[in-house]
Design a protein around this ligand. Structure first.
Ligand code: ADP
Ligand code: MG
Length: 267
């Protein structure tokens, strides 16, 4: 049995104060094994981004703890790399310089910075684009730079919030394949937020479905499909898993829809 790399214990997050206070996350417990790939899915507004940002140390929890290798963390750290959909690159820096900037900020020594940045630009296949500015890169390329940047200081945990959400289907699939190969190569532990059930199943060892109001974990679904996983997802068992996860999210979306207008819960 592999040990837990990342643990979330009894996590609660409340927004607002007094009578208008409401619980965004309620008693979240989650344990992710070393080198496990876990996706987090659930209706829009159920607290996925809030949970990820607390794990990243970007906002506090009101109750509960985050443990990395059994040690409590409550601030951003080199042990956790972060890639968000809108976690933008700095527009006045080139792809290479964006990575160098992150390395400098995490305390890597001067002489090493250029070499490590170039190595990670190559890892995501952007050698020819290292000197381009973000505005001169496609959406997929920008996300590749963001991934290279998050990996450059060698975190063992990668936290990703809908990182491919804005990409077209073909680019998205390329990025999923790239991520799978990097995950395998570096034995990363990944927590990946997506609203795309197919993407969650394609990438993950386990899919965690969240429920809303208050945000909490509804169920864990093991994805025991063989790897590497094909493009057409015709593997025996795939359809059942897809139907199960989608059904679970829909059931939850319908439950919330009874509490509020439908267009605010789809996503
Ligand atoms: N800083 C904040 N202040 C108040 N409410 C917030 C804040 N951040 C998120 N929320 C609310 O918490 C809920 C969960 O949001 P979020 O984590 O973004 O959900 P998801 O990523 O699953 O769509 C939403 O209702 C959102 O409006
Ligand atoms: Mg979100």
């Amino acid at each position: 049995m592999t040990k837990a790399k990342l643990k979330v214990e009894g996590l609660c997050r409340v927004f607002g104060e007094g009578p208008s206070a409401w619980t965004a996350l309620n008693d979240i417990n989650l344990s992710i094994r070393e080198n496990e790939f876990v996706s987090l899915v659930g209706a829009s507004g159920c607290g996925k981004s809030t949970l990820l940002s607390i794990i990243a140390g970007l906002q506090p929890a009101d109750l509960g703890v985050i443990l990395v290798d059994d040690k409590q963390v409550d601030a951003p750290g080199r042990d956790r790399g972060v890639v968000f959909q809108n976690y933008t690159l700095m527009p006045w820096l080139t792809a290479q310089q964006n990575i160098e900037f992150a390395l400098r900020a995490t305390g890597v020594k001067g002489s090493e910075i250029r070499r490590i940045a170039a190595e990670h630009i190559a890892l995501v296949g952007l050698e020819k684009f290292a000197d381009r500015y973000p505005a001169q890169l496609s959406g997929g390329m920008k996300q590749r730079v963001a991934i290279a940047r998050a990996l450059s200081y060698r975190p063992k945990i990668l936290l990703m919030d809908e990182p491919f959400g804005a990409l077209d289907a073909l680019t998205r699939r390329h990025m999923q394949e790239l991520l799978t190969s990097i995950w395998t190569r570096y034995k990363l532990t990944v927590l990946f937020v997506t609203h795309d059930v197919e993407e969650a199943i394609y990438l993950s060892d386990r899919v965690v479905v969240m429920a809303a109001q208050p945000g909490r974990i509804k169920e864990h679904v093991d994805i025991d499909l063989p790897r590497p996983r094909g493009d057409d997802m015709t593997a025996p068992g795939y359809r059942e898993l897809y139907r199960h996860v989608l059904g679970s999210i829909r059931e939850e979306a319908q439950r919330i829809a009874k509490l509020q207008p439908l267009d605010s819960v789809l996503g």
